[in-house]
Write a protein that binds this ligand. Structure first.
Ligand SMILES: Nc1ncnc2c1ncn2[C@@H]1O[C@H](COP(=O)(O)OP(=O)(O)OP(=O)(O)O)[C@@H](O)[C@H]1O
Length: 732
């Protein structure tokens, strides 16, 4: 006899024919095929991986500038304050722009992963239907007392368990792989933008306020974006597929009316949930920012640990950290509170309302006489008792199968609805990551944050020109004002130095002096293109012919050798044919020859900023100058902690090497190593430029000496007065 009740599940379709004829073999064969595809894919991707620690290979992988150029239109900067962060058209546009980075072509590893992931998702849905049907069959055989078939059903059950569990683990594995793949692509892209030749990393921090806490953006937000995107694909694609297939199966079982009811149910639920969903996207974006602030406060503490410890500043730092943490926690608590009512509503709707609705749907074929007859026309030809037993068996099978499908459907629908919350969170991370990339693109093109109109000294009105010339032409400032770059819509910069007009020729060592905060370092910032040339013309040699030693010594991560050759790598050093013996000679010049022995050799790796004393750090930086032997050197108070005799030796050595010096210093002892003096007066941006050793200067030195001598003559008078005061005090 035909089991007519279960006919809908056995309907002639590709899927159902697979259940019928290859109920167990089908899934196993499919799983094995997918496994072998996966293994061959793994082999292929392994063979394409770059060899370990090959910096030249890593270099080859840098993003092609043509790609950045092409992406210019995809990443216009948007004002996030004005745009509402949420699941809207702007979110879709931003996601499409980011997709161009995640999937540059369909021949990428990530595209392969996505396809494989999708195959496993389809496989899982297919297996769910097989399991639902098998479940129904086993229960039917149990109720009908068909022991042999019951046992056979159990054998099938275990046979399916293998591909089913494998499929589930693969889905999770591929989801993680997809997330890591996205993250690698995005991070590489961002690093290439951030650490490019335009020194965008400096500009993002100092010349712009649109992305604050870049480290948080690059480390945490990118990772969260990738995780959410990968999981959302899985959380949306699978239930979507499940919904289509299960609905199809159910339609055949419960009829079109039931399916229509299900459809209405979905639409109503989606509308209701949408109406009550708080703006999780915006909340997630704020949370990410507050996390960044908290992390930043900790990073500052670590970076400045010694200074804070000397000042006994732990108490204040403690309260700063607490404040940052409390702000974050307050926000997270607010989100949790919003979630209470939202989750209640969501659970009520999806678990309980849908559950009741599902049971009603399952009951339709049972309680609707017309339908039962329609699905069971052959029952009249059997004896009444047998027909009754068959009817109970087939009803049970139908009910169990439908209930399982219904539960899976509720689960799928529920997950789709839950995904809306995830989608809203994704909108928040998308807006953060998009914002980061679009601002980095803008900074690379020198499009800064400033007023819309052409105001003088605004970052949106940079009119100066920079010319790269031969080193023998020197460095020339032609009517260049030194202006503090000030980001912001209504902001213009303050002028530190008026139209500077100075020419430094090779060998004409220049000393720049003036009171604190007058703008001496700022002159160096303009030469090195950290600050823009707002007006005038700057002519200078190529960047690699000028070496800068800043006021604060910087020691990098890496070996002792890498401290001396910074920013060259060991590979660069070897390529240039330089040796460790040469480095030792350099260390002798800066009186640090004892360091390699003391520290255990050139390869030693330490946190060098904590190892060297203040003077040693400055001498290591001077050693770098002698290693690189540039045509020009800008030395910004970089020997202030070095004893005068060693300082003098280093200056003489630099000059002997043919390096033209531009020294920023207050120390008159350094005058004698220079030929010109640029004095920034601080008086409304005025400056003076003159040769060193002129009559005027000698007169000024003589005048200073006379004034000092005069002060010395008063010392005896002052001493006498002091002792008389002491005497008076002891008498009283
Ligand atoms: N990024 C910035 N934003 C705002 N103001 C800045 C910035 N950088 C420097 N300034 C200001 O510009 C002025 C000049 O700074 P600069 O570092 O050039 O001084 P300096 O003459 O080298 O001083 P010192 O002798 O103390 O080193 C200072 O008042 C400083 O506060």
């Amino acid at each position: 006899m035909t089991n007519t009740y279960s006919r809908p599940i056995d309907a002639p379709s590709l899927l159902t024919s697979l259940f019928q004829k290859k109920q167990v073999y089908g899934p196993i064969v499919l799983s094995l095929a997918t496994l072998s595809a996966f293994l061959s894919y793994q082999r292929k991707s392994k063979s394409q991986q770059p060899s370990k620690s090959s910096s030249s290979q890593q270099h080859q992988q840098e993003t092609d500038p043509a790609i950045f150029q092409a992406h210019k239109v995809l990443f216009p900067v948007v004002d996030n304050l004005q745009k509402k962060v949420g699941v809207n058209d702007e979110f879709k546009r931003q996601l499409r722009s980011l997709a161009a980075i995640l999937f540059p072509t369909w021949h990428t590893k990530e595209a392969g992963l996505l396809v494989l992931h999708s195959i496993f998702l389809i496989l899982r849905t297919y297996l769910s239907v097989v399991v639902a049907r098998l479940d129904g069959r086993i229960v039917r055989d149990l109720i009908n007392g068909h022991g042999k078939q019951f046992l056979l059903g159990l054998v099938y059950w275990f046979a399916i368990a293998l591909p089913a569990t494998y499929t589930n683990s693969m889905i999770r594995y591929l989801q993680s792989k997809l997330s890591i793949g996205f993250r690698t692509r995005l991070t590489r892209y961002v690093h290439d933008l951030y650490l490019d030749k335009e020194k965008t990393f400096y500009k993002a921090v100092n010349l712009d306020t649109r992305i604050q806490g870049t480290d948080q953006f690059i480390t945490t937000d990118v990772a969260k974006f990738c995780d959410t995107l990968a999981s959302l694909y899985s959380n949306l694609a699978k239930p979507l597929l499940d919904t289509v297939i299960f609905n199809y199966q159910l339609t055949r079982s419960i009829g079109w009316l039931g399916t229509f009811g299900l459809g209405v149910n979905y639409i109503v639920t989606a509308k209701l949930l949408r109406a009550v969903t708080p703006s999780f996207g915006k909340l997630a974006a704020i949370e990410a920012k507050l996390e960044g602030d908290f992390r930043n406060a900790h990073t500052r503490l670590i970076t400045n640990a010694e200074e804070i410890a000397f000042y006994n500043g732990a108490h204040l730092e403690h309260s700063i950290l607490d404040k940052a943490y409390l702000k974050l926690i307050k926000h997270i608590n607010h989100i949790y509170k919003l979630r209470i009512s939202y989750n209640m509503f969501e659970d009520f709707l999806i678990k309980y309302a849908w559950g009741a609705f599902g049971l009603i749907m399952c009951g339709i074929p049972v309680f609707t006489p017309g339908m039962a007859a329609a699905v069971n026309p052959s029952s009249s030809s059997s004896s009444a008792a047998a027909a009754n037993a068959d009817l109970v068996g087939s009803r049970t099978r139908g009910f169990i199968t439908n209930k399982r499908l219904m539960l899976s459907l509720a689960d799928a629908g529920g997950r789709m609805m839950y995904s809306y919350k995830e989608l809203a969170e994704l909108a928040g991370y998308t807006s953060r990551v998009y914002n980061l990339i679009s601002v980095l693109h803008a900074l690379r093109r020198k499009e800064y944050d400033g007023p819309d109109d052409k105001r003088r000294y605004a970052l949106t009105n940079i009119e100066g020109q920079i010319h790269t010339t031969d080193a023998k032409n020197g460095i020339r400032f032609d009517q260049i004002p030194i202006v503090i770059p000030t980001p912001g819509k209504e902001m213009v910069g303050d002028v530190l130095v008026n139209a500077l007009d100075v020419h430094v020729q090779p060998g004409e060592h220049l000393m720049i002096t003036g009171p604190n905060g007058v703008g001496k370092t700022s002159v160096a910032r303009v030469i090195s293109s950290l600050w823009p040339v707002f007006e005038g013309d700057l002519s200078k040699p190529h960047d690699n012919e000028i070496y800068y030693i800043p006021q604060r010594p910087y020691l990098s991560l890496g070996s002792l050798r890498e401290q001396i050759i910074y920013p060259d790598t060991l590979e660069d050093m070897r390529k240039a044919g330089r040796t460790d013996d040469e480095l030792m000679e350099i260390l002798k010049v800066v009186h640090l020859a004892y360091i390699p022995d003391r520290e255990g050799g050139w390869e030693t790796q330490k946190e060098w900023k904590d190892v060297f004393s203040g003077g040693e750090k400055q001498r290591v930086c001077m050693a770098r100058l002698f290693y690189h032997q540039p045509q020009y050197a800008v030395l910004d108070e970089c020997t202030s902690a070095v004893s005068t005799d060693v300082e003098g030796l280093m200056y003489s050595h630099a000059k002997d090497m043919g390096i033209t010096l531009l020294t920023i210093s207050h120390r008159p002892a350094l005058f004698k190593y220079h030929r010109f003096l640029l004095r920034l007066t601080g008086n409304q941006g005025k400056w003076e430029f003159e040769p060193i050793g002129t009559v005027k200067q000698q007169q000024s030195v003589t005048k200073e000496m006379q004034s000092l001598e005069q002060q010395l003559t008063q010392v005896e008078t002052m001493k006498a007065r002091l002792s008389s005061i002491n005497q008076e005090l002891s008498l009283s």
